[in-house]
Design a protein around this ligand. Structure first.
Ligand code: ATP
Ligand code: MG
Length: 432
């Protein structure tokens, strides 16, 4: 038989890796909960048109990265490459766009057909936050600080925030006219990729990685010089607030972001410790998207964080792994039934209790408990089963005598007290 393999660019997340993932998710969820941001879940599969229209045909994501196929009803479907368009669709469709304004988050797999490498996969995961119905510049500032604080809470080092403004529609189209003039004059000196973008998506040329084109662009017209007084004031105010909040940033006039729907604020957060795939977070304002998609005009801003890159970067804050509290050693027909029953009772407490199912010798089961570094063990053999009781033993790390007690299987009070005294209260006093 064939040995099956996963598809290129997808990965299995195995139990040991998932400890880190779960800790990262827990820290993120707590932070979002405390900021009163609510979750939204949308389908992974959407109509292709949502993305071609929502994100824009000229973008890399739509033109070459989407997983698109016809379903059995000949409808064109796409595995979502990002979350914003779906969230916008869901809010419009369910009539909950802006009354009241929504602070939302989502987390889950996204799909892009790209060249896989460290921190870049075809199925990857994003956390996204969207503030829908918020216009004030303070919502831009809150979004940026939220992203920043999540990354700091996860112990990510060497964070750099880059910001830019793309102005409003008028600013952008004024700039685009001047930029196109300049591009026409300089077409032959541009790299091929950039040449192709002139007709499709000229703004994206600003984002080029080509060194020569980059150099050339230093003499191109700058979007910044085409900002209206209002847009400029908005931007200056945001920078002022970031200064007051002590969030360090650098301005990057070439930061345009890959998707078409952005206006005003655009930002990215990179980490110096990430090598080439340095961007962990990308975000910006998208005041036109919802209107373009058929909803009433609704200002909005959001960001997305790539979880794979977070996992690569996260500090020791996310390494914590809770050891087994109780390992239940059991052997003999009657003993095994009683042990099963006891393990269910133990799950009413906030404890990790593992029932040995091997039927192996006591010494083998003890070894397993040792290997797991279980804090205590319960032993039930035939002798105990006959007396309807079990032995519970706490292991001491400091060589003092291990504490042991015999408890009747019906004596819930004694069991509860023992667990409180030896495992539960101890843990909560450490956590405090
Ligand atoms: P990049 O320039 O790295 O391709 P992007 O601009 O395409 O990023 P966004 O669409 O802004 O990325 O997505 C937000 C975040 O999602 C990125 O900053 C990154 O952390 C993560 N991300 C994007 N594409 C991938 C991928 N293929 N694999 C893993 N993470 C990804
Ligand atoms: Mg990309």
């Amino acid at each position: 038989m064939n040995n099956f393999k996963n598809l290129r660019g997808t990965v299995d997340l195995l139990p040991d890796q998932l400890i880190k993932w779960q800790n990262v998710e827990k820290i993120i969820l707590e932070q979002l909960f405390r900021a009163s941001i609510k979750e939204i879940r949308t389908p992974i599969l959407e109509m292709t048109e949502l993305f071609t229209r929502g994100i824009g045909e000229g973008t890399d994501v739509v033109s070459k990265e989407m997983y698109t196929f016809l379903d059995r009803g000949e409808r064109s479907c796409t595995l979502r490459p990002e979350g914003t368009a779906s969230v916008a669709r869901a809010l419009i469709q369910n009539g909950i766009l802006n009354k009241p304004p929504q602070k939302l988050w989502y987390m889950g797999p996204m799909f892009r057909y790209e060249r896989p490498q460290a921190g870049r996969q075809r199925q990857f995961h994003q956390l996204g936050v969207e503030f829908v119905g918020f216009e004030s510049l303070r919502s831009d500032v809150e979004i940026i600080t939220l992203a920043w604080d999540i990354l700091e809470k996860l112990g990510i080092k060497e964070l750099n925030l880059e910001i830019n403004t793309l102005g409003d529609n008028t600013d952008r189209s004024n700039f685009q006219k001047a930029f196109l003039e300049w591009l026409k004059v300089n077409t032959n000196s541009l790299d091929l990729d950039s040449q192709k973008r002139i007709d499709k998506n000229p703004l994206r040329i600003l984002d080029t990685k080509n060194v020569q084109t980059k150099k050339l662009l230093e003499n191109a017209p700058r979007l910044f010089d085409f900002l209206s007084e209002k847009s400029l004031k908005r931007y200056l105010n945001i920078k002022e607030q970031l200064k007051i909040l002590k969030i360090p940033y650098v301005e990057n006039f070439n930061l345009v972001r890959g998707l078409d729907y952005y206006t005003h604020t655009a930002f990215e957060i990179t980490s110096g410790s990430l090598g080439s795939q340095a961007t962990v977070c990308g975000g910006g304002r998208y005041d036109n998207l919802i209107n373009q998609m058929g909803g009433t005009e609704t200002p909005a801003i959001g960001f997305a964080i790539g979880l794979e890159r977070l996992i690569l970067l996260a500090g020791k804050e996310v390494e914590e792994n809770r050891a087994t509290d109780i390992y239940i050693v059991n052997k003999g027909l009657q003993a095994e039934t009683l042990a099963m029953d006891l393990s269910r009772k133990l799950r009413n407490y906030d404890l990790i209790a593992e029932l040995d199912l091997s039927g192996a010798s006591f010494s083998k089961q003890f070894k397993k408990a040792n290997k797991l570094k279980s804090k205590s063990i319960i032993v039930i053999g035939d002798d105990e089963a006959i007396k309807n009781e079990f032995i519970i033993r706490l292991f001491n790390n400091n060589n003092s005598e291990n504490k042991e007690e015999t408890i009747s299987l019906d004596d819930h009070i004694k069991l509860g007290n023992w667990l409180d005294e030896n495992l539960l209260l101890k843990r909560s006093s450490i956590n405090k």
